[in-house]
Design a binder for this molecule. Sequence first.
Ligand SMILES: Cc1cc2nc3c(=O)[nH]c(=O)nc-3n(C[C@H](O)[C@H](O)[C@H](O)COP(=O)(O)O)c2cc1C
Length: 175
Amino acid sequence: MYKEIGVFEYGNVVLEKLIPGLFLTTKKGDIINTMIIGWGGINIVWGRPVFMVLVRDSRATYDLIESSGEFTVSVPMGDNLQGAIKICGTKSLREINKFDYCNLTPVIGRTIDTPIIGEAKIHYECKVIYKQTLDQDKVPGAVKTKYYNEASSNNANHTVYFGEILDQYIFEKDK
Ligand SMILES: Cc1cc2nc3c(=O)[nH]c(=O)nc-3n(C[C@H](O)[C@H](O)[C@H](O)COP(=O)(O)O)c2cc1C
């Protein structure tokens, strides 16, 4: 069952839920994948509603989003997805199929080819209209030390994607 929502109606919820994490889902051909994001949010750019996400270029997600130019964001609301958030925020598509492993249901997108996570509640379907890999020369020193430290295994650069929000809704699986 779908319930229509306004594009900015749950903006505050999106921000709050970024802390435990949102699902960023991507698809390339028959391959679907989801990972957890904690950075980003809903903005207005060039007069359009935009979901901004930052993806390190070491992620499997990076390859998929680069190929498809689209993504969905699914916001979990209850406690039912805590286990899946843990797995999807630490395991890569290169190790496991996270949809199978976490029993997540890919529900076909209404507007784009990429599915949403059936068990989450609020969903945004987005098409990339701009992307920019961070210029590390312009990143503040303290941030560089913390997030892009060569001594760390988690130091790949981020690309910022502006995904124009083409559709947004609440979805509930039929019982
Ligand atoms: C709470 C949380 C927030 C995260 N935020 C991001 C993020 O904004 N960008 C990013 O590239 N990775 C982020 N990650 C890490 C990815 O979710 C993780 O590396 C994932 O395994 C990548 O999966 P993939 O290789 O299948 O794309 C976050 C992880 C957690 C637990």
